[in-house]
Design a protein around this ligand. Structure first.
Ligand code: 2RA
Length: 337
């Protein structure tokens, strides 16, 4: 069987990657509709030798669609995705609009694939930093329940879409040629800098990005008592997010046990050989779907069942597009039962 698929926000970084991943994974597509703003309507895009025309998104765009992948911002998602559900499509949405909605499953296929079955038309794709952290943590959490996490993230500019990538490019080039740097996507110059803010701050001084790690982590792992202290930093890296993570568990878990669990964990590549300077790095994880995990060690500051580790993953692929397409694969598998 083949399916009619629409991508809402097809011209953005995630939308473009979704097209690439659908093709790479041979998703069984009958019709593919690329939906974007009025400004992009009519532009042509060649995919696997076939020419597609970008369509302006209207409330009628979803008639006859089986699967809709949401790659648009929250306001567009909220305006159009309910129309897609009304038209009978199943939606996988990458915006944060529905992630904490109790009627919407929040899914990482390697962590909680069973949650797909409970959808009411919309399934939410978690935040990229959450996906990367939990693909690494889940195998350990299944063995020894995670109680507390301290996380620092080092997030690529691709998290801000094509404009983020473009801005880093422009600034590096401008500085190399002693020209004026443009600063518009981020609060400050990102080239050769670190910006400890992603999203707005709440009254406790935590950014919206930082609160996602706790709020989404609790829902995905069905672990409502999980305590998370997260610091999210934008770094001058193009596409992969890196994360330093300390986890306190409810029972002992040795470094050797953690390595053994991660060695066979889905979606994970264990890269942990400090003696030979082997550890995850963002340049190595870019343009592929595995989350690399390494630097696993007992947490010296906290001897009660705590481990520290480092992980990297491609924000555009596994952090967004690939995870969404994997969810869509679970949806059609359920349809075909
Ligand atoms: C970021 N996770 O990295 C957010 C949204 N993609 O900017």
């Amino acid at each position: 069987r083949t399916y009619n698929v629409a991508i809402l926000g097809a011209t953005g970084a995630v939308g473009q990657e979704m097209i690439k991943i659908l093709m790479e994974r041979n998703f069984p597509i009958n019709e593919l509709h690329l939906l974007a703003s009025k400004r992009s309507a009519g532009k042509k895009m060649e995919i696997n030798g076939k020419e597609y025309s970008i369509e302006e998104t209207t409330e009628q765009s979803f008639q006859g669609m089986d699967i809709v992948l949401g790659a648009a911002e929250n306001d567009i998602a909220k305006r159009f995705l309910p129309k897609a559900v009304e038209a009978g499509a199943v939606v996988v949405d990458n915006s944060s609009a529905y992630r904490l909605d109790p009627n919407v499953p929040l899914v990482i296929p390697e962590v909680n694939p069973e949650a797909v079955a409970s959808h009411n038309g919309i399934i939410a794709n978690p935040n990229c930093a959450t996906i990367i952290a939990l693909v690494a943590l889940a195998p350990l959490h299944r063995y020894a329940k995670a109680k507390r996490m301290v996380v620092s993230t080092y997030q690529a500019v691709s998290g801000a879409g094509v404009n983020g990538i473009r801005e880093l490019n422009q600034q590096v080039g401008a500085i190399a040629h002693e020209k004026e740097v443009e600063v518009s996507t981020f609060q400050y110059q990102i080239a050769y800098n670190l910006i400890p803010q992603i999203g707005g701050f709440n009254e406790a001084g935590y950014s919206s990005e930082e609160m996602k790690m706790q709020n989404e982590g609790r829902k995905i792992m069905d672990n409502p008592d999980l305590c998370v202290n997260c610091t999210c930093v934008r770094v001058p890296v193009y596409r992969s997010h890196s994360e330093s993570i300390m986890v306190e568990f409810d029972k002992e878990i040795s470094v050797e046990k953690a390595r053994a669990l991660l060695q066979t964990a889905p979606g994970v590549k264990l890269v942990d050989d400090p003696e030979h300077q082997k550890y995850p790095m963002p340049l190595d994880t870019t343009d592929q779907d595995l989350v690399y995990v390494g630097r696993i060690r007992e947490d010296m500051s906290n001897h009660t069942n705590a481990l520290s580790f480092w992980c990297c993953g491609d924000q555009v692929r596994k952090g967004a597009a690939t995870n969404a397409v994997q969810i869509a694969e679970l949806v059609i598998a359920q349809m075909e039962k």
